[in-house]
Design a protein around this ligand. Sequence first.
Ligand SMILES: O=C(O)CCC(=O)C(=O)O
Ligand SMILES: [Fe+2]
Length: 363
Amino acid sequence: MAATLISRLGLRYSALETRGTLDHGRKAMNGTRALATQNFHVPVVNFGKFWNGSPQDRLAVSNEVVRAFKEVGFLYIKNHNIDQNIIARTFYESDEFFKLPQEVKDRLAWEDPRANRGYVKQGRERVTQSNDPDEIAELRRTAPDIKESMEIGNDSDPVWRNHWPSPIEAPKFTPTMLEFYDICHELHMDVLRAIALGLGFEENYFDPLADGKYHTMRLLNYPPVARELLAAEGQARAGAHSDYGSLTFVFQDEVGGLEVQNPHTENYIPATPIPGTIVVNVGDLLARWSNDLFRSTLHRVVSPTGTDSTGALTPKRQSIAYFCNPNADTIVECLPGCEGDGPKYPAVRTEDYIVGRLDATYN
Ligand SMILES: O=C(O)CCC(=O)C(=O)O
Ligand SMILES: [Fe+2]
């Protein structure tokens, strides 16, 4: 199964780039650009040799990671070292949570961008590239994201508390999520180490800048929805957006629907679920840190196109998006060696940047 999917991903994706919307017209291309266009795909990076390979092997993996982030902004990580049973258990507990009565979930509601914790009911968030409050409000009204989510932050934060359901309502939810939160934090440290090596830094360059668990784990539930509704202009399970932080880990079930924009054509290609892998993408803050050497690529969640794509309703879809960040206090400014023609962005403190983006999205 996995092998079939991987070999399918090895196909030239240009043939699959059929889902771009009208406003995403194909642009003229030539030479290297045509090459970049035709070969644009989300690569699978085998992280196995990063864990226990020779220094040369580790550098080779690191170079692959850096190359993928420069060219695509997305990769699938294979041999990520996270136990599949733990992932399955976390998905199970997430599903159980979303099955709780609406009034129980509403009691845990997300309230404040500085906290960024709690339950976000359908229609509350509309992810978009816009930062115009009126435009976002209008999008939320006319084409809301068709999803609900639960945001979980560092449980040891001295100020902000997570919004946990009671152990009677959801007996295993809290310990399961806490375990997964920490596991993903460790993976983030390791991918940052690969980035450091791939950029020619000392391996632990980012460690003191990102060891504070300033991350948000988002459980996502996309309910079944009429395909006709999803086909409407501008409507999606999650609208086109980039993420805000350093890296995002996307764990997805088998349903599919996540799509990644090819920046050369502005068309979208599917990030088809590959069993045993995690989708990893660069967020705006890491792109900014690298002075846009890395891409923070637009993506969205649309109607799945797999085998079960004929019914009037799409199947429900579950995913977990783990949004990683540098430490709240880390000042993000052009990394050494990434200057090019000069830094494009002023320095920014991580928490100020993230809270500013969340504030524009929700309020
Ligand atoms: O559900 C997914 O596959 C991706 C979700 C996503 O991109 C997000 O929440 O930022
Ligand atoms: Fe995203």
